[in-house]
Write a protein that binds this ligand. Structure first.
Ligand code: ATP
Ligand code: MG
Length: 352
């Protein structure tokens, strides 16, 4: 048997080659990178299911596009919620499709699929059961092995910080599903805090606000659009006319929504974020504070693109704050870097 295996190895050097794949299964977006090939996919983490047959029928951008507009027999699923799996089967389907679309074409004509090694992240608040489910989803989707790393470690590294020294690094990830703040030294988490009030929650707050103030009913995609276009923490004034349904009579209704409206809708949620960051700072040892002030806070996640959010946070917590360049790619960039550095990876991996 062994001799047959070694013969195959000699005949085809590709059969047993390992391919390292980084996957950031975000609540709103999935990003995939192949070692030495770069980022090969960025698509919404959405799946469409035929409710009559139970079959999944589309995924990614196509599924997000139809969100809120689908006919009765189609259910659009967001298989990741608050950065963890909420629908196991839909997650496996989505990963299989993404691999088919963005990874396998690179290796057509080889047997490389057998050697996929996955690298991914989990929130610091995730339970063992949630971590096991994520590992199982990777294996079911076609991976041979999967390594899990705590999300803030990867983000801080992807944002360009050296997380392996004794200088503390403070990272706040502002994603769609969670806001996760963490302080890292020597490649480990000193303290962290997770809030389930990410960008998706903000969209719901805007929906509720318009419902109450204008008697207007809008879809989730419109709420998200208003947040991205109008929300800012730097006194910029903007206005957008949106169409929805009247709460009174169900007929079409158009309202001019202002930045002020969106700011009011999100004020409490933004305060909660800052308050929880302050609570986190209170938990760290005094020796770490000086280092934090020196190194500052780095913001990651696409919600960090809100104008003025860096000043808003630094004014309140009294620590200099910067936004990572391409903040939405910090996680996948961190995975790309760690995949290459086996020794450092071994220090941060906690399940594999
Ligand atoms: N230009 C923008 N300004 C502000 N927010 C934005 C912008 N573009 C997208 N967003 C919001 O950022 C959030 C998505 O961020 P990101 O892609 O980092 O999340 P994710 O990685 O999918 O989720 P998570 O890490 O929480 O699981 C969404 O709520 C989206 O509406
Ligand atoms: Mg994310």
């Amino acid at each position: 048997m062994i001799s047959i295996v070694s013969k195959i190895r000699k005949l085809s050097p590709f059969v047993f080659q390992k391919t390292k794949i980084g996957i950031d299964l975000g609540t709103s977006m999935t990003r995939i990178a192949i070692d030495n090939k770069g980022i090969v996919l960025r698509e919404p983490t959405f799946v469409g299911q035929n409710t009559k047959t139970g079959q999944y029928i589309f995924y990614g951008t196509d599924a997000k596009d139809i969100y809120g507009k689908a006919p009765g027999y189609i259910k659009v699923i967001k298989p990741i919620e608050h950065s963890i799996i909420s629908d196991f089967d839909a997650t496996v389907y989505l990963m299989e499709q993404f691999l088919k679309k963005a990874v396998y074409p690179y290796y057509q004509g080889t047997f490389i699929k057998r050697g996929l090694v996955g690298y991914t992240v989990v929130p610091t608040s995730s339970t063992e059961v949630e971590q096991k489910a994520l590992q199982e989803a990777f294996i079911k989707a076609g991976f041979q092995t999967v390594y899990l790393i705590e999300k803030p470690i990867v983000e801080a590294y992807g944002a360009g910080h050296n997380i392996f020294t004794n200088k503390p690094v403070f990272v706040i990830d502002l994603g769609a599903g969670i806001v996760e703040a963490a302080i890292i030294t020597m490649g480990g988490i000193v303290s962290s805090k997770v809030l389930r009030t990410g960008g998706d929650h903000m969209d719901r707050l805007i929906y509720n606000y318009l419902h109450l103030k204008y008697g207007l009913i809008i879809g989730e995609q419109t709420s998200e659009h208003l947040k991205v276009k109008l929300f800012n923490l730097s006194d910029q004034k903007g206005v957008l006319a949106v169409r929805g349904k009247s709460l009174e009579n169900g007929l079409p209704k158009s309202v001019r929504v202002t930045s002020r409206d969106v700011q009011e809708a999100l004020a409490v949620a933004m305060n909660q974020i800052v308050d929880s960051v302050k609570e986190l700072i209170e938990t760290v040892p005094p020796e770490v504070i000086d280092g934090l002030i020196r190194s500052g806070v780095v913001l990651t996640g696409e919600f960090a693109r809100i104008p003025g959010i860096d000043r808003y946070i630094s004014n309140d917590i009294k620590i200099p704050t910067t936004i990572a360049s391409n903040p939405e790619d910090a996680t996948i960039h961190g995975l790309q870097k760690l995949m290459k550095e086996e020794e450092r990876l071994n220090r941060v991996v906690f399940a594999g």
